[in-house]
Design a protein around this ligand. Sequence first.
Ligand SMILES: Cc1ncc(COP(=O)(O)O)c(C=O)c1O
Length: 379
Amino acid sequence: MNYLKNLFKKKLKKIAVWNYLDELKVEKKEVLSAIKKVLNSGTLILGDNVKEFENKFAKYCNSNYGIGVNSATDALFLTMRSFGLKKGDEVISVSNTAVPTISSIVAANGTPRFVDIDPSTYLMDVNKLEKSITNKTKGVIVVHLFGQCVDMDKVIEICKRRNIFLIEDCSQSHGAKYKNKIAGSMSDASVFSFYPTKILGGYGDAGMVVTNNKKINDNLKKLRFYGMEKTYYSILEEGYNSRLDEMHAAILLNKLKRLDNYIKRRRKIAKIYQSKLKETSLILPCEKEYNKHSFYVYVVRHKKRDEILQKLKEKNIFLNISYPWPIHTMTGFRQFGFKEGDLPVTEKVAKEIFSLPMYPSFNLKKQLYFIETLKQILK
Ligand SMILES: Cc1ncc(COP(=O)(O)O)c(C=O)c1O
């Protein structure tokens, strides 16, 4: 422990749950060269880089089409607009997710409904889905949260039988697998975020929809571009500006080559946590036997969470909680009639979970120092 402490006395100022600077040091040349190429190309919007990234990322997700947009929030919103949600239509998801999964339902005219989560994975409890479906249900958004896929077989069967749409929110699960199927390949349309913290992250906002459905592809390509197919002539009565830009597409194209390695690193970091923390009082993440987790975040659980986080802060270690407040209890969503007590598992878990540092360039020395510090606090 002292050895590790001394090792870091000089260099280690702070440990955070996420950091991109070390990774950037390695990739800076490629990033700058990609930007330079775009600047010199004469095309900044909807050019060859966007097309190539859409094609390559869709292929990576075993899908036919990719539609690059501004963010996953827009990807969700535009996909639901293209499904033609009308006031009163219900969309079922989970309350343990990022707010945009749900705010996009509201923005697209829908009414959010929630299913409680499985206490072992913190993902949708698929055994409770069918009970939540009403004659107003238009679709389901499953969220492959933290890097792990929802148990999809049952969800797919229910959505097909009930003839309702299914969207995968893969914002946190690039490259994750369910029964050997890659995240994003199991629904009508899937959305991805390339926000900087994500498994495939840029240096600003970006997102994509992937789908096998040509009609959805064609519609979304217009919706993201003022309702137009060609400049200045609109064929849809609604249209937005949500275009992935050339610079981000070029940067992400470069990073896509490294994606499988990023995931390998994340899984390695997770394995070290698993082996070094298994004897502590923390509840560690559970990777279902049919899944390949891509560990966007490494989420642990402890009854004394807030105390632990405070003590770590005093040691210059800053962790994060994804997510401290279930969405159905937030004032912004009270209009839909939810109340505390509606989703007991979600509510209990939200009080106890927190995320350990996890990013590909989080090196072994830092990780061991962090683990030792955490173990001291847990004693
Ligand atoms: C599960 C989930 N859905 C949607 C989003 C929204 O992504 P973006 O920031 O690209 O709009 C995020 C990002 O935080 C997310 O984690």
